[in-house]
Design a binder for this molecule. Sequence first.
Ligand code: UD1
Ligand code: BG6
Length: 365
Amino acid sequence: KKGNYDHFMQKEIHEQPHSLTTTMRGRLRDNSVVLGGLKDHLKTIRHSRRIIFIGCGTSYNAALAARPFLEELSGIPVSMELASDLLDRQGPIYREDTAVFVSQSGETADTLLALEYSLANGALCVGITNTVGSTLARKTHCGVHINAGCEIGVASTKAYTSQIVVITMMALAIGADKLSTQSRREDIINNLPTLPDKVSDVLKLDVQMKDLARSLMQMQSLLVFGRGYNYATALEGALKVKEVALMHSEGMLAGEMKHGPLALVDETLPIIVIATRDACFSKQQSVIQQLHARKGRLIVMCSVGDAASVCAGGSCRIIEVPQVADCLQPVINIIPLQLLAYHLTVSRGYDVDQPRNLAKSVTTQ
Ligand code: UD1
Ligand code: BG6
């Protein structure tokens, strides 16, 4: 039931402080993470030669968001596969691989076919899903339920943030045997319980995002630039805008800006740049300067208090978000973009919960 909300997508966006709480419930102990579904398999995962994430759409983006932290804590190469592309290429999968399948529904056809393929090739197959009893949950060797609660809106929102948190917890569990990263792990484990309150804070941007949506509703296109932990945020923000608001939108790696996208920049095309504080901050400052120099129409997402540092001397709209630990920042940063996509859709008069031509669960190829 939608309760006080007009649409399921809106309800699910605003539910995130709660869904993230249930995702973490019973899984955080003093300075450690306990994932019941993985604990007997951690040794095998630690010995694997490669970890491969496999998924479609938003689920793929969630894995991409958590990948840098998993690489950092595990020291194992982590690769990414869109399920359909792995199948098209019949890409190599080995017995020494851990293949991690990410799917909200646990029923996406391409993801399940990639699972069959990986099982046949002898990889350890791990599932990350929101659906107890789904085909994915049943056919994987082990896995983690994200426990975000039922998601009805076709555009995935709360499942995305819960998937990121689960993969982050998975990284903490895999890395738990390493002394060298102990203080880093403890820092993140101590930060995780604070996340729901920070999500409540960022949800207060709702009115501001509604206003921004009104100013963008007539646009043909919207670009989103991110990098590092927030490359995935750019892809996922743009996916939300295109799937529900039916507006062309592309998420781009800021590091690739000079290799093509810069040619698109002019006074009219709106560009969102994600420039919250992390190791890539100064690189994003220079991206913003270069976009200014070409008179780009900029909307900059930055950490609270950073407006002057990201937009010195230029004119841009600012979205200020609360700062959290670098690897958790994607959970915060996607929320204004979910709100923007939602309000753009309502302003443009489209169906929020059942976007044209799309299905919640794509069970055919
Ligand atoms: C489990 C219980 C939870 C209970 C908790 C108490 C279930 C579904 N979960 O949660 O209700 O409160 O113990 O300790 O009964 N799995 C897969 N593939 C997947 C997802 C999960 O094989 O894609 C397997 C896991 O390896 C595990 C089982 O399903 O054996 C349950 O996973 P999960 O719900 O994440 O485990 P717990 O958090 O321990
Ligand atoms: C569909 C949905 O395209 O499938 C998306 O509309 C979703 O929201 C994608 O991200 C993958 O679904 P799942 O259930 O495998 O995560």
